[in-house]
Design a protein around this ligand. Structure first.
Ligand SMILES: NC(=O)c1ccc[n+]([C@@H]2O[C@H](COP(=O)([O-])OP(=O)(O)OC[C@H]3O[C@@H](n4cnc5c(N)ncnc54)[C@H](OP(=O)(O)O)[C@@H]3O)[C@@H](O)[C@H]2O)c1
Length: 313
Protein backbone atom coordinates (compact mmCIF):
# COMPACT_ATOMS: atom_id res chain seq x y z
CA UNK A 1 0.00 0.00 0.00
CA UNK A 2 1.41 3.37 -0.96
CA UNK A 3 0.69 7.08 -0.65
CA UNK A 4 3.26 8.08 -3.25
CA UNK A 5 2.35 11.32 -5.00
CA UNK A 6 0.03 12.40 -2.17
CA UNK A 7 0.32 15.64 -0.18
CA UNK A 8 -0.69 15.78 3.48
CA UNK A 9 -1.12 18.48 6.12
CA UNK A 10 -1.27 17.36 9.75
CA UNK A 11 -1.97 20.02 12.34
CA UNK A 12 -0.01 19.61 15.57
CA UNK A 13 2.58 17.37 13.92
CA UNK A 14 5.53 18.89 15.76
CA UNK A 15 4.80 16.48 18.63
CA UNK A 16 2.89 13.48 19.94
CA UNK A 17 0.22 11.74 17.89
CA UNK A 18 0.45 14.30 15.07
CA UNK A 19 4.16 13.63 14.69
CA UNK A 20 3.59 9.86 14.56
CA UNK A 21 0.93 10.38 11.85
CA UNK A 22 3.29 12.60 9.84
CA UNK A 23 6.06 10.00 10.00
CA UNK A 24 3.79 7.10 9.08
CA UNK A 25 2.35 8.92 6.06
CA UNK A 26 5.88 9.96 5.03
CA UNK A 27 6.98 6.34 5.30
CA UNK A 28 4.20 5.48 2.83
CA UNK A 29 5.49 8.11 0.39
CA UNK A 30 3.33 11.19 1.12
CA UNK A 31 4.86 14.68 1.22
CA UNK A 32 4.13 16.33 4.57
CA UNK A 33 3.15 19.80 5.76
CA UNK A 34 4.33 19.82 9.38
CA UNK A 35 2.26 22.26 11.40
CA UNK A 36 3.30 23.64 14.78
CA UNK A 37 2.27 26.39 17.18
CA UNK A 38 5.26 27.40 19.33
CA UNK A 39 7.71 24.54 19.13
CA UNK A 40 9.69 25.28 15.97
CA UNK A 41 12.57 23.00 16.98
CA UNK A 42 10.23 20.03 17.35
CA UNK A 43 8.63 20.87 13.98
CA UNK A 44 12.02 21.00 12.28
CA UNK A 45 12.90 17.70 13.93
CA UNK A 46 9.70 16.11 12.57
CA UNK A 47 10.59 17.42 9.11
CA UNK A 48 14.11 15.98 9.42
CA UNK A 49 12.57 12.62 10.30
CA UNK A 50 10.20 12.92 7.32
CA UNK A 51 13.28 13.37 5.13
CA UNK A 52 15.00 10.39 6.75
CA UNK A 53 12.04 8.41 5.41
CA UNK A 54 12.87 9.61 1.90
CA UNK A 55 9.99 12.03 1.71
CA UNK A 56 9.92 15.82 1.98
CA UNK A 57 7.73 18.72 3.04
CA UNK A 58 7.82 22.02 4.92
CA UNK A 59 6.91 23.45 8.30
CA UNK A 60 4.12 25.97 8.88
CA UNK A 61 3.14 27.91 12.02
CA UNK A 62 -0.44 28.71 13.07
CA UNK A 63 -2.57 29.16 16.17
CA UNK A 64 -5.63 27.04 15.43
CA UNK A 65 -7.70 29.32 17.67
CA UNK A 66 -7.28 32.11 15.10
CA UNK A 67 -9.19 31.93 11.84
CA UNK A 68 -6.67 34.23 10.09
CA UNK A 69 -3.90 31.82 11.03
CA UNK A 70 -5.83 28.86 9.62
CA UNK A 71 -6.36 30.76 6.35
CA UNK A 72 -2.64 31.62 6.27
CA UNK A 73 -1.72 27.97 6.89
CA UNK A 74 -3.86 26.79 3.97
CA UNK A 75 -2.44 29.54 1.69
CA UNK A 76 1.00 28.28 2.63
CA UNK A 77 0.01 24.71 1.73
CA UNK A 78 -1.29 25.91 -1.63
CA UNK A 79 1.91 27.79 -2.44
CA UNK A 80 4.16 24.87 -1.38
CA UNK A 81 2.20 21.88 -2.71
CA UNK A 82 -0.28 23.43 -5.16
CA UNK A 83 -2.83 20.84 -3.96
CA UNK A 84 -3.73 18.72 -0.95
CA UNK A 85 -4.81 15.08 -0.62
CA UNK A 86 -4.91 14.52 3.13
CA UNK A 87 -5.88 16.96 5.89
CA UNK A 88 -5.63 15.72 9.49
CA UNK A 89 -7.03 18.09 12.13
CA UNK A 90 -5.13 17.00 15.24
CA UNK A 91 -3.77 20.05 17.11
CA UNK A 92 -5.05 20.74 20.60
CA UNK A 93 -4.10 23.56 23.00
CA UNK A 94 -2.22 22.85 26.21
CA UNK A 95 -4.42 21.48 28.98
CA UNK A 96 -4.33 24.54 31.31
CA UNK A 97 -5.98 26.57 28.52
CA UNK A 98 -9.31 24.77 28.97
CA UNK A 99 -9.09 22.35 31.94
CA UNK A 100 -11.91 23.37 34.32
CA UNK A 101 -15.05 21.57 35.55
CA UNK A 102 -18.52 22.62 34.40
CA UNK A 103 -19.23 25.02 37.28
CA UNK A 104 -15.88 26.80 37.01
CA UNK A 105 -14.93 26.94 33.34
CA UNK A 106 -14.74 30.52 32.05
CA UNK A 107 -16.18 31.51 28.69
CA UNK A 108 -12.67 32.22 27.32
CA UNK A 109 -11.55 28.69 28.28
CA UNK A 110 -14.67 27.22 26.70
CA UNK A 111 -13.92 29.21 23.54
CA UNK A 112 -10.32 27.91 23.46
CA UNK A 113 -11.69 24.39 23.33
CA UNK A 114 -14.48 25.04 20.83
CA UNK A 115 -12.42 27.29 18.53
CA UNK A 116 -9.37 25.03 18.45
CA UNK A 117 -11.43 21.94 17.63
CA UNK A 118 -14.84 22.58 16.10
CA UNK A 119 -14.16 25.96 14.47
CA UNK A 120 -10.68 24.95 13.32
CA UNK A 121 -12.08 21.78 11.78
CA UNK A 122 -14.98 23.63 10.14
CA UNK A 123 -12.72 26.20 8.51
CA UNK A 124 -9.89 23.71 7.85
CA UNK A 125 -12.24 21.36 5.97
CA UNK A 126 -13.82 24.26 4.04
CA UNK A 127 -10.39 25.43 2.90
CA UNK A 128 -8.83 22.00 2.38
CA UNK A 129 -11.60 20.55 0.17
CA UNK A 130 -11.09 22.98 -2.76
CA UNK A 131 -7.42 21.91 -2.87
CA UNK A 132 -8.43 18.25 -3.14
CA UNK A 133 -9.43 16.08 -6.05
CA UNK A 134 -11.13 12.68 -5.95
CA UNK A 135 -9.52 10.47 -3.33
CA UNK A 136 -9.13 13.33 -0.84
CA UNK A 137 -9.14 12.49 2.86
CA UNK A 138 -10.22 14.71 5.74
CA UNK A 139 -9.69 13.28 9.22
CA UNK A 140 -10.58 14.70 12.63
CA UNK A 141 -8.69 13.39 15.66
CA UNK A 142 -11.22 13.37 18.47
CA UNK A 143 -11.24 11.57 21.83
CA UNK A 144 -12.94 8.28 22.50
CA UNK A 145 -15.64 9.36 24.98
CA UNK A 146 -16.36 12.19 22.48
CA UNK A 147 -20.02 12.44 21.75
CA UNK A 148 -20.98 9.05 23.19
CA UNK A 149 -20.44 9.56 26.90
CA UNK A 150 -18.77 12.08 29.17
CA UNK A 151 -15.22 12.22 30.41
CA UNK A 152 -13.67 13.47 33.60
CA UNK A 153 -15.20 16.70 34.85
CA UNK A 154 -12.54 19.27 33.87
CA UNK A 155 -12.66 17.91 30.32
CA UNK A 156 -16.12 19.46 29.78
CA UNK A 157 -14.83 22.06 27.31
CA UNK A 158 -12.66 19.69 25.29
CA UNK A 159 -15.18 16.84 25.46
CA UNK A 160 -17.92 19.10 24.13
CA UNK A 161 -15.61 20.46 21.43
CA UNK A 162 -14.69 16.93 20.31
CA UNK A 163 -18.39 16.00 20.22
CA UNK A 164 -19.04 18.99 17.93
CA UNK A 165 -16.15 17.90 15.73
CA UNK A 166 -17.61 14.40 15.40
CA UNK A 167 -20.93 15.91 14.39
CA UNK A 168 -19.22 18.10 11.77
CA UNK A 169 -17.54 15.00 10.34
CA UNK A 170 -20.93 13.57 9.40
CA UNK A 171 -22.11 16.79 7.76
CA UNK A 172 -18.91 17.20 5.73
CA UNK A 173 -18.95 13.52 4.76
CA UNK A 174 -22.31 14.04 3.07
CA UNK A 175 -21.29 17.38 1.56
CA UNK A 176 -18.12 15.99 -0.03
CA UNK A 177 -19.09 12.40 -0.90
CA UNK A 178 -19.97 13.17 -4.53
CA UNK A 179 -16.56 14.72 -5.00
CA UNK A 180 -14.88 11.49 -3.89
CA UNK A 181 -13.53 13.01 -0.67
CA UNK A 182 -14.04 11.02 2.52
CA UNK A 183 -14.40 12.62 5.95
CA UNK A 184 -13.90 10.53 9.07
CA UNK A 185 -12.94 10.79 12.69
CA UNK A 186 -10.36 8.75 14.57
CA UNK A 187 -11.10 8.58 18.23
CA UNK A 188 -8.09 7.36 20.22
CA UNK A 189 -8.27 5.82 23.65
CA UNK A 190 -5.52 6.52 26.18
CA UNK A 191 -2.21 7.07 24.40
CA UNK A 192 1.27 6.93 25.89
CA UNK A 193 4.30 7.30 23.65
CA UNK A 194 7.97 7.50 24.60
CA UNK A 195 8.53 9.13 27.98
CA UNK A 196 9.14 12.66 26.68
CA UNK A 197 6.80 15.51 25.76
CA UNK A 198 7.87 15.60 22.12
CA UNK A 199 7.11 12.00 21.19
CA UNK A 200 4.90 10.87 24.05
CA UNK A 201 1.60 12.74 23.71
CA UNK A 202 0.03 14.88 26.38
CA UNK A 203 -0.42 12.19 29.03
CA UNK A 204 3.30 11.63 29.61
CA UNK A 205 3.19 15.01 31.38
CA UNK A 206 1.01 13.58 34.16
CA UNK A 207 2.62 12.64 37.49
CA UNK A 208 4.20 9.14 37.23
CA UNK A 209 1.80 7.62 39.78
CA UNK A 210 -1.21 8.84 37.78
CA UNK A 211 0.28 7.43 34.57
CA UNK A 212 0.82 4.11 36.31
CA UNK A 213 -2.73 4.07 37.69
CA UNK A 214 -4.13 4.66 34.19
CA UNK A 215 -1.95 1.89 32.74
CA UNK A 216 -2.95 -0.55 35.49
CA UNK A 217 -6.60 0.28 34.89
CA UNK A 218 -6.18 -0.88 31.29
CA UNK A 219 -4.10 -3.91 32.17
CA UNK A 220 -6.59 -5.33 34.65
CA UNK A 221 -9.25 -5.58 31.98
CA UNK A 222 -10.89 -2.21 31.39
CA UNK A 223 -9.21 -2.30 28.01
CA UNK A 224 -9.88 -5.70 26.41
CA UNK A 225 -6.43 -5.55 24.74
CA UNK A 226 -4.93 -5.12 28.24
CA UNK A 227 -2.79 -2.12 27.33
CA UNK A 228 -2.85 1.60 26.60
CA UNK A 229 -2.28 2.78 23.02
CA UNK A 230 0.70 4.41 21.36
CA UNK A 231 0.92 7.32 18.90
CA UNK A 232 1.90 4.67 16.33
CA UNK A 233 -1.45 2.86 16.85
CA UNK A 234 -3.26 6.06 15.85
CA UNK A 235 -0.84 6.69 12.98
CA UNK A 236 -1.42 3.18 11.60
CA UNK A 237 -5.19 3.69 11.65
CA UNK A 238 -4.81 7.08 9.91
CA UNK A 239 -2.69 5.45 7.23
CA UNK A 240 -5.37 2.84 6.58
CA UNK A 241 -8.06 5.50 6.12
CA UNK A 242 -5.80 7.36 3.68
CA UNK A 243 -5.37 4.37 1.39
CA UNK A 244 -7.27 4.24 -1.87
CA UNK A 245 -8.90 1.00 -0.72
CA UNK A 246 -10.78 2.95 1.99
CA UNK A 247 -12.67 5.13 -0.49
CA UNK A 248 -16.15 3.90 0.48
CA UNK A 249 -15.78 4.54 4.21
CA UNK A 250 -17.00 7.99 5.11
CA UNK A 251 -18.78 9.82 7.91
CA UNK A 252 -17.54 7.31 10.49
CA UNK A 253 -15.96 7.52 13.92
CA UNK A 254 -13.27 4.87 14.22
CA UNK A 255 -12.33 4.02 17.79
CA UNK A 256 -8.63 3.28 18.14
CA UNK A 257 -8.71 2.07 21.72
CA UNK A 258 -8.00 -1.67 21.91
CA UNK A 259 -11.71 -2.33 22.33
CA UNK A 260 -12.13 -0.21 25.48
CA UNK A 261 -15.23 1.47 24.02
CA UNK A 262 -16.97 -1.93 24.00
CA UNK A 263 -16.69 -2.43 27.75
CA UNK A 264 -19.61 -2.14 30.11
CA UNK A 265 -19.29 0.94 32.31
CA UNK A 266 -21.49 -0.66 34.97
CA UNK A 267 -19.20 -3.58 35.75
CA UNK A 268 -15.62 -3.65 36.97
CA UNK A 269 -13.38 -4.86 34.12
CA UNK A 270 -11.25 -6.99 36.47
CA UNK A 271 -14.13 -9.46 36.79
CA UNK A 272 -13.02 -10.91 33.47
CA UNK A 273 -9.45 -11.47 34.68
CA UNK A 274 -7.89 -14.78 33.67
CA UNK A 275 -11.00 -15.85 31.74
CA UNK A 276 -11.90 -18.07 34.72
CA UNK A 277 -15.55 -19.05 35.01
CA UNK A 278 -15.14 -19.64 38.75
CA UNK A 279 -13.99 -16.06 39.23
CA UNK A 280 -17.46 -14.65 39.66
CA UNK A 281 -18.17 -17.10 42.51
CA UNK A 282 -15.08 -16.10 44.42
CA UNK A 283 -14.48 -12.60 43.17
CA UNK A 284 -14.46 -11.01 46.59
CA UNK A 285 -11.21 -12.83 47.27
CA UNK A 286 -9.45 -10.86 44.56
CA UNK A 287 -7.83 -7.51 45.13
CA UNK A 288 -8.23 -5.60 41.90
CA UNK A 289 -6.12 -2.78 43.26
CA UNK A 290 -8.91 -0.29 42.81
CA UNK A 291 -11.82 1.01 44.79
CA UNK A 292 -15.04 0.54 42.92
CA UNK A 293 -17.24 3.63 42.81
CA UNK A 294 -20.21 3.13 45.12
CA UNK A 295 -23.53 3.16 43.36
CA UNK A 296 -24.18 3.28 39.69
CA UNK A 297 -25.67 6.72 39.30
CA UNK A 298 -24.41 8.37 36.14
CA UNK A 299 -21.94 5.68 35.25
CA UNK A 300 -22.65 6.01 31.52
CA UNK A 301 -21.61 9.64 31.78
CA UNK A 302 -18.25 8.73 33.27
CA UNK A 303 -15.18 7.96 31.30
CA UNK A 304 -14.03 4.44 32.05
CA UNK A 305 -10.42 4.77 31.06
CA UNK A 306 -9.10 7.64 33.11
CA UNK A 307 -10.76 7.43 36.49
CA UNK A 308 -7.84 5.36 37.77
CA UNK A 309 -9.78 3.45 40.33
CA UNK A 310 -11.37 6.26 42.23
CA UNK A 311 -14.79 7.85 42.06
CA UNK A 312 -14.43 11.15 40.28
CA UNK A 313 -17.33 13.10 41.70
N1 LIG B 1 -2.71 11.70 24.10
C1 LIG B 1 -3.84 11.05 24.27
O1 LIG B 1 -3.97 10.15 25.12
C2 LIG B 1 -5.02 11.36 23.38
C3 LIG B 1 -6.17 10.57 23.50
C4 LIG B 1 -7.25 10.84 22.68
C5 LIG B 1 -7.19 11.88 21.77
N2 LIG B 1 -6.07 12.66 21.68
C6 LIG B 1 -6.07 13.76 20.71
O2 LIG B 1 -4.94 13.64 19.86
C7 LIG B 1 -4.49 14.95 19.49
C8 LIG B 1 -3.00 15.07 19.78
O3 LIG B 1 -2.78 14.85 21.16
P1 LIG B 1 -1.30 14.69 21.75
O4 LIG B 1 -1.44 14.08 23.08
O5 LIG B 1 -0.43 14.08 20.72
O6 LIG B 1 -0.91 16.23 21.92
P2 LIG B 1 0.49 16.93 22.30
O7 LIG B 1 1.60 15.94 22.34
O8 LIG B 1 0.21 17.76 23.50
O9 LIG B 1 0.75 17.88 21.02
C9 LIG B 1 -0.12 18.96 20.79
C10 LIG B 1 0.16 19.54 19.40
O10 LIG B 1 -0.76 20.62 19.17
C11 LIG B 1 -0.03 21.80 18.91
N3 LIG B 1 -0.72 22.97 19.51
C12 LIG B 1 -0.85 23.27 20.83
N4 LIG B 1 -1.57 24.42 20.97
C13 LIG B 1 -1.86 24.85 19.71
C14 LIG B 1 -2.55 25.97 19.19
N5 LIG B 1 -3.10 26.92 19.97
N6 LIG B 1 -2.63 26.11 17.85
C15 LIG B 1 -2.09 25.18 17.04
N7 LIG B 1 -1.44 24.09 17.45
C16 LIG B 1 -1.33 23.92 18.79
C17 LIG B 1 1.34 21.60 19.52
O11 LIG B 1 2.29 22.44 18.82
P3 LIG B 1 3.68 22.90 19.53
O12 LIG B 1 4.55 21.66 19.56
O13 LIG B 1 4.22 23.94 18.63
O14 LIG B 1 3.34 23.37 20.89
C18 LIG B 1 1.56 20.11 19.28
O15 LIG B 1 2.02 19.87 17.97
C19 LIG B 1 -5.37 15.95 20.23
O16 LIG B 1 -6.40 16.40 19.38
C20 LIG B 1 -5.94 15.13 21.36
O17 LIG B 1 -7.17 15.61 21.83
C21 LIG B 1 -4.99 12.42 22.47
Amino acid sequence: MSLKGKYALITGSSRGIGRAIALKLAECGAKIGVHYYKNIDAANDTLAKVRERRSDGFIVQADVNRTDDIRGMMDHVKSEFGKLDIFVSNARPEIPEFYKPPMEIRVEQWQQAINSQATAFLLGAQLAAPLMGRGGRIIAITHSPGARSGSWQPWVGMGSAKAAMESLVRYFAVALARRGITVNSLSPGVIFGAANLVDGGVLVGLPPEVQQAIKSWHEIGWCPSRRTGTPQDVANATMLICMEESSWMTGQIFYVDGGAECNDAHLHGGIELDDRPDLLRGWRRFDYGHRIPVGNTGSRMNTRRACAGRPRN
